[in-house]
Design a protein around this ligand. Structure first.
Ligand code: BEZ
Length: 325
């Protein structure tokens, strides 16, 4: 069994066609088919059912695919990390979720560049979940996001917690109430925008509801941060709508479609149509994490961390200083 055979098998399994897999791998069809036959002969197991169109995996083939594809992804990560260890890049590639751009990111980058004029920084807007893959693939060196990851390749430090504010349409009866409680909001349509379980291209869709019109909790993962927060107070919002990002959510609030909760740094967005009010709950916060690989630590990471803490000090922001292990 060798890597060429495994890559041929993965391509056939994923594309379900010899011709598409040949095109993707750059092999001729006869050569691709030989690789697969050899792999099957080595294991004495039929992996692909050739009598079906499109091609299908046998039960054993499906098991082998599930296991071996994650091994190959790990191998790619190891290869890319080894190359980076041998030839560290001077450029610092940073991935960030859009919501942190409204916070202190611009100021932090300006301060980093001012103190390290030779540093070559690039910034890339990239969702939380894609950041993990981008770190492993070497596309970014640092990711700023709002979710903690459980991944053996990644280390993360919590930078700070940012208070959530309630975003309400200006005409809303509670638009001028200074300290709101979550229970005050339970009868509103809550607009959800976190990319915790949505496919990347998801447009506006309504959440499935039960007969009484409440969200169907069976089909809603508890990972959705706003629902999770409401659930901590025993509240299920009456109606919810899921959208693909924060800007769309604020657009819907401005249009009077509902309310949402956003990190406090967004309080200057669409202020002609939206009123932002504080919540009384101290734990109603959204965290900001810095993620990087465990084994390949970029030489400029400590400069970046110093720039972050310096901005926090200057702005009087509450944070707990942390270090990489
Ligand atoms: C912040 O607002 O605290 C922040 C935003 C982006 C990167 C680091 C920190």
């Amino acid at each position: 069994m060798d890597l060429k055979q495994l890559n041929a098998f993965i391509a056939i399994a994923e594309l379900q066609s010899f011709s598409a897999a040949a095109k993707a791998t750059g092999l001729s069809q006869p050569s691709l088919s030989r690789q697969l036959k050899q792999l099957e002969a080595d294991m004495d197991v039929m992996l692909i059912d050739r009598y079906h169109r499109p091609l299908q995996l046998t039960e054993a083939g499906q098991f082998f695919y599930d296991k071996v594809s994650s091994v190959l992804i790990e191998l790619n990560t190891i290869t890319s990390m080894t190359k980076r260890l041998a030839a560290p890049s001077t450029a610092l590639n940073i991935g960030f979720v859009p919501s942190v751009l409204y916070g202190h990111l611009p100021e932090i980058i300006a301060s980093l560049k001012q103190q390290n004029p030779d540093i070559d920084v690039t910034l890339k807007d990239i969702s939380s979940y894609q950041q993990v893959e981008a770190l492993k693939a070497g596309e970014i060196d640092i990711g700023f996001g709002r979710f903690a990851y459980q991944d053996s390749w990644i280390q993360q430090i919590l930078l700070r917690h940012e208070r959530y504010l309630v975003a309400l349409p200006k005409a809303h009866p509670r638009a001028h109430t200074k300290e709101l409680r979550l229970i005050d909001l339970a009868d509103n349509r809550l607009i959800l925008y976190h990319q915790t379980h949505l496919p990347v291209s998801t447009a506006i869709t309504s959440v499935p509801t039960t007969k009484n019109g409440r969200p169907d909790n069976e089909s809603l993962p508890i990972t959705e941060p706003l629902l999770h927060l409401f659930a901590q107070y025993g509240i299920t919002p009456l109606m919810t709508t899921e959208v693909s990002d924060l800007q769309v959510a604020l657009g819907l609030v401005a249009a009077g479609e509902g309310i949402t909760l956003v990190p406090a740094s967004l309080k200057t967005v669409r202020t002609e149509q939206i009123s932002y009010q504080r919540l009384i709950h101290e734990n109603a916060t959204s965290p900001i994490y810095l993620h990087t690989l465990k084994d390949v630590v970029h030489p400029n990471i400590s400069n970046l961390l110093s720039a972050i803490y310096q901005v926090y000090e200057q702005r009087g922001i509450t944070y707990r200083r942390q270090r990489f292990v």
